[in-house]
Design a protein around this ligand. Structure first.
Ligand SMILES: NC(=O)c1ccc[n+]([C@@H]2O[C@H](COP(=O)([O-])OP(=O)(O)OC[C@H]3O[C@@H](n4cnc5c(N)ncnc54)[C@H](O)[C@@H]3O)[C@@H](O)[C@H]2O)c1
Length: 335
């Protein structure tokens, strides 16, 4: 049964989506989207989660084109060989790899981090990109609501496990970067830090997606504050890709998918256009040492709503450390 709360969340998410689509249409008609020009960076190593599809695939391809070593962290092992060989061929960069990582499993995230670190590569860029949207009710392997577990908590743990590698790579030369892919729906997300999965309410896929994106934004903001406070050579920024023509919408109402099929070419960004902001955040020289930004349309910045609430950031952080089994608060201590 559709509750009033679920209906409200649905209307708000659709309203945000419609506003972004209108803004994208106007921009496409006026001046289009501009591809950021970026220098080659052959000495850098990046991890892109969800890099076998959509925005993540386009991000991985672009970073490979800049000469970076790119490790795709994905749960789609069936596609891995094909994606890796296509990117290698298209970019003439052999330093593209796939490592299995299922963000719906904290065990798998830990195994991925071990596998990556055992190869001895440095790590300069972590793109927290993978995501699911409007999935039917269900739980991850660890019993978390799906959007919360995959979009947020898996990335929270992954960042924790890789922070040491990012810090040590950032200590020599250019700083390291954590780029987290958010969404405008975070503006309408609601989150109780004592119950960040909202277990007490009936399930609403729209509310769950928006909440997971709000959690990511709160996390990235808090991470940046803590990193800056200890003078860490790692920065954390958020990117909003806009509304992009990908398979993310596979679970949404069929009417939305019909609009995507019919008018996607005009209203939606292509995956490549959607990836530009991530690539800019990962590689733009002018962002050296700059953190705490919410970037959209390549280089523009947007204000944050509720996600600026420092107390909410801290409370979510503490609860997430508990849920992900990170007793030392990601090395920043526990309050
Ligand atoms: N498409 C849009 O309009 C849009 C808008 C705003 C934000 N985003 C965000 O952009 C990101 C990329 O989405 P997309 O549009 O490219 O969608 P997509 O469905 O094309 O790609 C999502 C990727 O995430 C991976 N993934 C899903 N569950 C996973 C799991 N358990 N473990 C590891 N990987 C998993 C998938 O395998 C896939 O590679 C997501 O975080 C999404 O929320 C997309």
């Amino acid at each position: 049964m559709l509750t009033l709360r679920a209906l409200r969340a649905t209307v708000l998410v659709y309203a945000v989506g419609a506003a972004v689509l209108l803004a994208q249409l106007l921009r496409r008609l006026r001046r289009g989207f501009r591809e950021p020009a970026l220098p080659a960076q052959p000495d850098r190593v990046a991890i892109v989660t969800g890099g076998t599809d959509g925005i993540g695939l386009a991000t991985a391809r672009r970073l490979a084109r800049l000469g970076m070593r790119v490790v795709i962290a994905g749960n789609n092992a069936a596609k891995a060989n094909d994606v890796v060989s296509r990117i290698r061929e298209e970019t003439k960069n052999e330093k593209v790899h796939f490592l299995f990582c299922d963000l719906a499993s904290l065990r798998s995230v830990r195994k991925f981090a071990r596998d990556f670190l055992s190869r001895g590569f440095p790590l300069h860029v972590l793109v927290n990109n993978a995501g699911v949207m409007m999935v039917p009710p269900g739980r991850t392997e660890d019993g978390f609501e799906h959007h919360f577990g995959v979009n947020f908590l898996g990335h929270f743990l992954l960042t924790h496990l890789l922070l040491g590698a990012l810090t040590s790579a950032g200590s020599t030369g250019q700083r390291s970067r954590v780029v987290t892919v958010a969404s405008a729906t975070h503006y309408v997300g609601e989150l109780d830090p004592a119950d960040p999965q909202d277990r007490k309410s009936p399930y609403s896929a729209h509310a769950a997606y928006a909440r997971s994106k709000l959690a990511l934004v709160l996390f990235s903001q808090r991470l940046q504050r803590l990193l800056a406070a200890r003078g860490d050579p790692v920065t954390a920024n958020l990117v909003d890709p806009g509304v992009v023509d990908t398979a993310l919408f596979r679970h949404v109402w069929w009417g939305t998918r019909a609009v995507q099929r019919a008018l996607g070419w005009l209203l939606f960004k292509t995956p490549d256009e959607g990836a530009w902001t991530s690539v800019y955040a990962a590689a733009a020289p002018e962002l050296e040492g700059v953190g705490g930004r919410y970037l959209y349309n390549e280089a523009e910045t947007q204000p944050l709503g509720l996600a600026r609430d420092v107390e909410l950031q801290a409370r979510l952080w503490a609860e997430s450390c508990r849920l992900a089994g990170i007793p030392d608060g990601m090395g920043f201590g526990v309050e």
